[in-house]
Design a protein around this ligand. Structure first.
Ligand SMILES: [Zn+2]
Length: 462
């Protein structure tokens, strides 16, 4: 990485002659930032530069940057952005912290993918889980969080599995990592039942007891389950009823991995889910946000199904999270049908709350991909055939503001309003010239590899 003043490009010229390169400590002040100067901003002309002032970890003012103004980049607390793009930080709305990097970690190198289907992914992951220890859980989880922060992530919902095999091992490591990174990344821990809550030898007694205990633990923010893994329909409904009751009772958000199939003949579980949630008087009882992941079965919906879904959701605090990198690898039928939730269409045409996320890193469910949420937005350009400027902004929001909203965090707008959290990503190095990203569209088409991350007005990764 190089530090120093860059060459002005064709669109923005600085009138002031370039001085000597600033010292490292000037460019990267250790304390809170008061001002970020000379940035390009989303939804503003790429030929204008702005100064963003920060107070108490929030945006306190935004004003035009004056190129001829005395250079204050040497003043502590001021970061001279050299015409780079500043945008709201990124968020993982859905990421599995405990089973990441299994394909890269030498400890699990014997667990190779041979078939590449869902059944094998469950088998390989369950073999790996039987060997999980705190040492590798912390090492792999820390790697995921650090790499994510480098890409501009300041918040995430991290799933850690709880069951009779791993007991609280994954949960406890997740809680340790949440504490370790608390100043630089908001990590929501979701105690998650990937295995059935009612099927199996003991009828799920043990796992339900473990989830009940986990839900009461300090630091556990969310609870969730995978109803589709139950052995029959009756047990699937019992799973839904039980986990949603537990979320309401413990006043926690609920995260369900739902309808992970493409079978037109199968009745989508979403209808039963909505019925159960409404019968529980979710809104009247101040139920927290409900986040629904995968839902690939909904790709078979006709227009009237989408309209019915929108109507039935009404005011319920429900968001959908599409997981295209996983779905493209995993979801298929014998006839060769593929599918992932049409997120941009759901937002544009039906006004659903929706986001997209990475889901898995380096395991049999999703062997390919990085910890960069923006790479999923980039993939979305092709998957959703969404290439316009406005599509790009929606895709960016899907891994930023919409992702934060989907997991119950404060919405931060691409407009960067006064009072919004000073949680940003600053694209590119200072010296890349015309190739630097000037708009959100450029950042979505190719996010680049060099970014700086700012959280609560402090530079946390560069
Ligand atoms: Zn998942």
């Amino acid at each position: 990485m190089q530090f120093g003043h860059d060459t002005p490009d064709a669109t923005v010229q600085s009138a002031k002659p370039r001085g000597p390169p600033p010292r490292y400590s000037d460019v990267y002040p250790s304390g809170p930032l008061r001002k970020i100067t000379g940035v390009r901003l989303p939804r503003k002309s790429p030929s204008t530069l702005w100064d963003v002032s920060i107070g108490d970890g929030k945006i306190s003012a935004i004003g035009p940057h004056t190129p001829g103004h005395p250079d204050i980049s040497y003043v502590p607390g001021v970061l001279h952005a050299s015409e780079r793009l500043l945008a709201p930080s990124l968020c993982h709305a859905h990421i599995h912290l405990d089973k990441c990097f299994l394909l890269q970690d030498p400890k699990f190198s014997d667990l190779e993918i041979k078939d590449g289907d869902f059944r094998e992914a469950m088998v390989l992951t369950s073999k790996a889980k039987s060997r999980f220890e705190e040492e590798d859980l912390l090492r792999r989880g820390r790697q995921l969080i650090e790499e994510s922060i480098q890409y501009g992530v300041t918040a995430m919902r991290a799933f850690v599995e709880v069951d009779g095999e791993v007991k609280f091992k994954c949960l406890e490591s997740g809680l340790k990592l949440k504490q370790e990174f608390k100043d630089i990344c908001e990590i929501q821990i979701c105690a998650f039942a990937q295995l059935p809550l009612f099927s199996g030898e003991d009828g799920g007694d043990e796992i339900r007891k473990l989830i009940t205990d986990a839900a009461r633990r300090e630091g556990v923010d969310v609870i969730g389950s995978t109803p589709y893994v139950e052995q029959d329909e009756a047990k699937t409904i019992m799973n839904l009823r039980w986990i949603s009751t537990a979320a309401l009772f413990n006043r926690k958000p609920l995260d369900l991995h739902l309808d992970y199939n493409l079978d037109k003949e199968k009745v989508p579980l979403i209808w039963a889910t909505l019925e159960i949630i409404k019968a529980q008087n979710w809104i009247e009882r101040n139920g927290k946000v409900i986040t629904l992941g995968h839902c690939t079965r909904l790709t078979q919906f006709a227009r009237e199904d989408w309209n019915r879904l929108k109507q039935e959701i009404g005011d319920l605090p429900i968001s959908f999270v599409g997981l295209p990198t996983s779905d493209l690898f995993m979801m298929r039928t014998d006839e060769g049908v593929r599918g992932t939730l049409p997120i941009t269409k759901m937002i544009k045409e039906y006004k659903f709350n929706a986001a997209i996320a990475v889901n898995n890193i380096g395991n049999a469910f999703t062997p390919q991909g990085t910890c960069d949420p923006l790479s999923v937005a980039s993939l979305g350009v092709a998957v959703y055939q969404a290439g316009t400027k406005s599509d790009s902004e929606t895709l960016y929001e899907c891994v930023s503001s919409r992702a934060k909203a989907a997991i119950g965090l404060r919405w931060t707008s691409l407009d960067l309003n006064i009072g919004d959290p000073a949680d940003f990503v600053l694209f590119d190095r200072t010296n890349v010239g015309w190739r630097r990203r000037k708009t959100i569209k450029e950042a979505v088409l190719d996010g680049g590899t060099s970014r700086q991350t700012i959280r609560n007005g402090k530079l946390i990764a560069y």
